[in-house]
Ligand binder design. Structure first.
Ligand code: NOJ
Ligand code: CA
Length: 692
């Protein structure tokens, strides 16, 4: 289904309010315009306040973003923010109301309903430089981007920093992670009053005293520096651009557009998660037929390395051997997994590779890993190998070999690759055209281009990408549907690293922070919860590990543990075998950021529904209405729940698996243990034939 309905000029969306019109008050600044959302929930206002182009965002007439400035600092060309005339490009805003279909995702159809207007911002004096602000107003927030037309004094544009402000009107609580730390995006999310925030990565999540939920983020980060925010005083936030090694942040030739700055505003955590604004702000699929893009679950020669029983490096404990690979392929085939990831297969792991990466070969396997034979064995068993390209942050070494690496995989029928960039946050290294060694941030303009270059090279060969240590997700999966997933936050692996392990509330934070950006390869499904290494145990119940398959969305999802751990608990493993990774529909049934969340999703390829519910360190008693089920049918609910004594620390294996028949009129109680969870498969039962 593709429903287009663009281009009629709506009456309700734009109200130009000039200072001398009867509707304006004495205080109304010059050049004042209002753009309202389709159902008048959100309005965006812009004017020339004291010479600064200034915007604010209101929800039901109440300011959410108080007056905030716009603009940039240009490298060696001054500020571009003051004494600008604001004018609307069109007499009325344009209304867009369309539904588009995703090749894969949390839901099959996405509704995009918004009002769009463009404003010209032109210097009143001097060089009369101009830029445009393109604004889209949805019922759940606003996206705006700057567009630089080509002009005499702005052709080769070097931007030193951005001056966009987000002044939060009401006192708010923030869930945030500082920008600029060496662990980059792999820190725990903190929860503080907004007045204690320093710098923050986006998505940044806020909740005001009136329970208004706000996400500040960006969409369509292409050929530009990533944006982070810094608090200047009180509740005043300002955008900053990640600097490049050359002394600017972003350099472009006009005409060009920046990524969208987006502010999602809802009255619940559930609605914040359900927003489609980020995807709607991205461009449609640029790859054409993507039927070769196939979501699915995978196993890995991987978690043994975290147990330190196997190694990435060669030697007596080498994990990526032909023998291990065949054993994992057999298990994957027997349990109907699409994929098998094998890390440590290629030369380069024996040196101190993290933050270096110069020794990695992307075509030469270790001698005990017979890649062609393993690929043939996997093919014969119907298992798809997932290739692995760890770069250690050396993008020049990788780019020099990337084509050959993808060619090799393509020749062997390997159609998915996990990439990796293990290096401190500002230590991605490359040689520029002049042979100069440079270091960059993972979210710099250079890297925004690098990650997309990898995705494009992979797409040419019909290969899917799952990036680790990625740039943040800004919804580019819509445009490049082979960019399936990424890590980009503290994944399950930290439950093996320690420093410390992820606390029980971690995943309830992730859903409303990191995951607002898009899918995360979290690697759920660890069954051996205790003492992965002497330091570390997983602080969840076993049932919470199952619930994560529904709660933490990723089209490619790992069953992260060793196959022996699954063979030992076939009853619980059954849920992982059954759960799909591609959905027709998604509903958040209840949620509080950082405390608990229950999500129901409908399988894209059957009539079955799945539910996952997780809690933080506190046990909870929730009840959910099953009204999301098809009212015309009955379902067998296969319930995987915490037992009466379950507790993440003392009794993680106390669980109950039971079945009962349910329908849409039922309400189900959920008893979640401290650090616990519940997973349910609703199997649609055949509709009984009517008697004649
Ligand atoms: C970090 C990734 O998160 C992990 O999954 C991977 O195994 C290592 N890098 C090595 O590439
Ligand atoms: Ca909590």
């Amino acid at each position: 289904m593709r429903v287009w309905h663009i281009g009629f000029w709506a009456l309700w969306v734009l109200t130009p309010v000039l200072a001398d019109t009867p509707t304006a008050t004495d205080a109304t600044p010059k050049g004042h315009y209002v753009v309202s959302s389709p159902h008048h929930v959100i309005s965006f206002e812009i004017d020339e306040r004291d010479g600064w182009p200034t915007y604010q965002i209101l929800r039901f007439g109440k300011p959410v973003i108080a007056p905030s400035h716009l603009g940039f600092i240009l490298k060696d060309a001054g500020k571009f923010t003051y004494d600008l005339r604001v004018s609307a490009a069109n007499p009325n805003a344009q209304s867009v109301d369309q539904t588009w279909e995703q090749p894969w995702g949390e839901r099959r159809y996405v509704h995009d309903h918004h009002a769009e207007q463009t404003f010209h911002l032109i210097e009143k004096k001097g060089m009369h430089r101009s830029m445009d602000l393109v604004v889209r107003v949805f019922d759940d927030g606003v996206g705006f981007r700057y567009a630089f037309p080509d002009q005499e004094h702005l052709h080769d544009v070097a931007i030193a920093d951005e001056l966009t402000e987000f002044n939060i009107a009401d006192p708010a609580t923030a869930w945030w992670m500082p920008w600029g730390e060496s662990h980059d995006t792999e820190l725990l999310y903190g929860r503080t009053p907004l007045t204690e925030l320093s710098t923050a990565h986006t998505p940044l999540t806020l909740r005001t005293k009136d329970h208004v939920h706000i996400e500040i983020h960006e969409a369509a980060l292409v050929d530009f520096a990533g944006m982070y925010v810094q608090r200047s005083d009180e509740q005043h936030l300002r955008a900053h651009l990640v600097p490049a090694s050359e002394g600017w942040a972003a350099r472009r030739t006009a005409p060009f557009q920046t990524p969208w700055r987006m502010v999602v505003i809802t009255d619940s955590a559930a609605a914040l998660y359900e927003s489609n604004m980020e995807l709607n702000l991205n461009e449609p699929n640029a790859l054409g037929d993507v039927s070769w893009v196939q979501p699915g679950k995978f196993l890995g020669i991987w978690w043994e390395m975290f147990h330190e029983t196997w190694t990435w490096a060669s030697g007596p404990k080498h994990g990526a051997t032909t023998e291990h690979a065949k054993r994992y392929i057999d298990f994957a085939a027997a349990h109907h997994f699409r994929g098998l990831l094998i890390e440590g297969w290629n030369e380069g792991w024996d040196s101190n590779w993290a933050g270096d990466g110069s020794s990695f070969s992307f075509t030469r396997p270790y001698p005990d890993f017979d890649l062609p034979a393993i690929a043939a064995y996997a093919r014969q068993k119907g298992v798809h190998l997932i290739g692995h390209h760890e770069t250690g942050g050396d993008t020049s070494n990788y780019e020099a070999q990337m084509g050959a690496g993808f060619d090799l995989y393509q020749s062997l029928g390997i159609d998915a690759v996990k990439t990796g960039y293990v290096a401190d946050a500002d230590q991605i290294h490359h040689q520029d055209a002049a042979g100069l060694k440079r270091t960059e941030w993972h979210d710099s303009q250079y890297m925004s281009n690098h990650y997309l270059k990898v995705v494009a090279e992979a797409a040419k060969r019909h290969i899917m990408i799952d990036s680790h240590e990625p740039i943040k997700d800004t919804g580019l999966r819509r445009t490049y549907p082979n960019w399936l997933s990424r890590e980009g936050s503290r994944g399950q692996e930290y439950n093996a690293f320690g420093i410390p392990v992820n606390p029980p509330e971690h995943e309830t934070n992730l859903v409303f922070t990191r995951m607002l950006g898009g899918p995360m390869d979290f690697t759920p499904g660890v069954f051996d919860l205790k003492h992965i290494r002497p330091c570390c145990s997983v602080p969840t119940t076993l049932m919470k590990q199952l619930a994560l398959y529904v709660v933490l969305y990723s089209p490619v999802t790992m069953a992260a543990d060793r196959i022996e751990a699954y063979a030992a608990r076939p009853d619980a493993f059954r849920f992982i075998e059954d759960v799909p990774t591609d959905w027709a529909e998604t509903r958040v049934l209840n949620a509080e950021v950082g405390d608990y969340v229950t999500i129901a999703r409908k399988d894209r390829h059957s009539e079955d529904w799945y539910l996952g519910s997780i809690t933080d360190e506190n046990g909870r008693w929730l009840s959910v209405s099953l009204g999301f089920l098809d009212p015309g049918r009955h379902y067998r609910a296969e319930i995987y729940r915490d037992g009466p004594a379950a507790h993440w620390d003392t009794h993680p294996y106390d669980y109950v698996i039971e079945s009962r028949e349910v329908s849409a009129t039922d309400t189900l109680p959920l008893r979640l243990a401290p650090g616990g969870g519940e997973a349910i498969r609703f199997v649609a039962l055949p509709i009984p034939k009517r008697a004649h």
